[in-house]
Write a protein that binds this ligand. Structure first.
Ligand code: ADP
Ligand code: MG
Length: 396
């Protein structure tokens, strides 16, 4: 069982919240504050409940010790703007040590203490026990709201948790667990999964985990060509993983045994090169001419996928349908997003970093039941793996 912040008693307690403030920076400017805004409900809730709020996050990949370019200062000042004048945000100059302990002791009601970048200490990623204990000593309650790093067993996501009296999940973490967990555990049927993206090899475990659960598996993106080639269909210059052809055949056979429909593209958008300058055309059927490459699903495939999505009660999507970063190959990805958004009666969930980015960029973000904030973490969750950061929150 996992406790959530709402069910806990926080008055007067030191509440250590692991947030994901790993935001993109240009110099000292936060260029996208989505992650900070997504942590706000949990931070506000902890403050309303009378907790003394301590926030911890990593930022980037500092190589050797403290790096001023990767300070959490820009994130802390962005947070101060978002929280408004009622709350003072203080940035500590480290995340452990006597200075930090003193700042925690002196924290007043309504103030928020942001610890400096956890990864300024190599012990964070090494999940060092002494370091984990030092972090734990700052807290009465541990809350994890950083789903994006929940697939890593680091000191702040896993190591410190047993050393804090109480533990629970924040509101963002709760939404991730409820939606991603919900589609895996008890999806309302028909349950349709759409998989795409660049490589079959990245998604094998997701396919294996979803295959027995779904009614239909729609496959688009570059990974579709490996499946088509495995069936003896000509795919031209499309991206194919030659060493995964026999695996693709095995997956198709397994689907047949499970009576799960695997729906592959029946036509394609193709071009001579994968750029804006590529001369685009559509194929009449599944085969791709020898000198061309498949870069998006074609109109007949879009219509078929739409039909499956329209009739579903649960839809999970991971992996773009084409090279969506180039506008002339984005239509398949857009159509899938649109079909999902228009199925108001269904639970619609997006996992995967590029898929989430595509959905947000195309303006469908708030029309889905849930767009996961964790790229790698959401994939591992869909693989059916136990994430260390979530496992650490389990109580009997
Ligand atoms: P996610 O991050 O959502 O799990 P992936 O990382 O697996 O997705 O795949 C995303 C990438 O796949 C995108 O950069 C997209 O351009 C690429 N892609 C999808 N279809 C094709 C294709 N037909 N040819 C080349 N690249 C493709
Ligand atoms: Mg990706």
């Amino acid at each position: 069982m996992i406790r959530y912040i709402d069910d806990m008693q926080l008055t007067g307690k030191r509440v250590f919240i692991r947030v994901d403030f790993n935001v993109p920076l240009e110099g000292r400017r936060v260029t996208d504050d989505t992650r900070i805004r997504e942590a706000l409900p949990t931070i506000r809730r902890a403050l309303e409940m009378g907790g003394k709020v301590i926030l911890a996050s990593h930022l980037g990949r500092p190589k050797a010790g403290p790096d001023p370019k990767l300070s959490l200062e820009p994130a802390a000042s962005k947070l101060a703007d978002l929280l408004g004048a009622k709350h003072e945000v203080i940035l500590a100059d480290d995340c452990v040590g006597d200075g930090v302990k003193k700042q925690v002791r002196e924290l007043k009601d309504g103030q928020v203490l942001v610890l400096e970048n956890l990864r300024f200490h190599k012990e964070e990623e090494a999940n060092d026990e002494a370091f984990a204990r030092e972090l734990a000593a700052l807290a009465d309650v541990y809350i994890n709201d950083a789903f994006g790093t929940a697939h890593r067993a680091h000191a702040s996501t896993a190591g410190m948790v047993p050393f804090v009296k109480e533990k629970g999940a924040g509101l963002l973490m709760r939404k991730e667990i409820e939606y991603l967990g919900g589609v895996l555990k008890n999806p309302e049927k028909p349950f349709v999964a759409i998989l795409g993206g660049s490589k079959v090899s990245d998604k094998i475990k997701v396919i294996e985990s979803l295959l027995p659960k779904v009614d239909a598996l729609l496959i688009g993106g570059a990974m579709a060509y490996t499946f088509l080639k495995a069936q003896g269909i000509e795919v031209g210059k499309s991206r194919v993983e030659e060493d995964k052809l026999s695996l693709a055949t095995k997956i198709l056979d397994a689907a047949q045994r499970l009576k799960t429909a695997i729906v592959l593209p029946v036509d394609h958008v193709v071009a001579n090169e994968p750029t804006e300058k590529g001369v685009k055309s559509e194929t009449p059927d599944r085969a791709i001419p020898a000198d061309l490459m498949g870069l998006d699903i074609g109109p007949k495939t879009r219509a078929q996928f739409n039909q499956h999505i329209r009739n579903a009660k649960t839809v999970i999507w991971n992996g773009p349908m084409g090279l969506f970063e180039v506008e002339q190959f984005a239509e398949g990805t857009r159509t899938v997003a649109d079909s999902m958004a228009n199925n108001r009666g269904a639970v619609t969930v997006i996992g995967g970093g590029d898929s989430a980015a595509a959905v947000q960029q195309m303006g469908y973000g708030d029309k889905m039941s849930h767009v996961s904030t964790g790229g790698g973490a959401s994939l591992e969750f869909l693989e059916g793996r136990e994430l260390p950061g979530i496992k650490a929150l389990e109580t009997k």
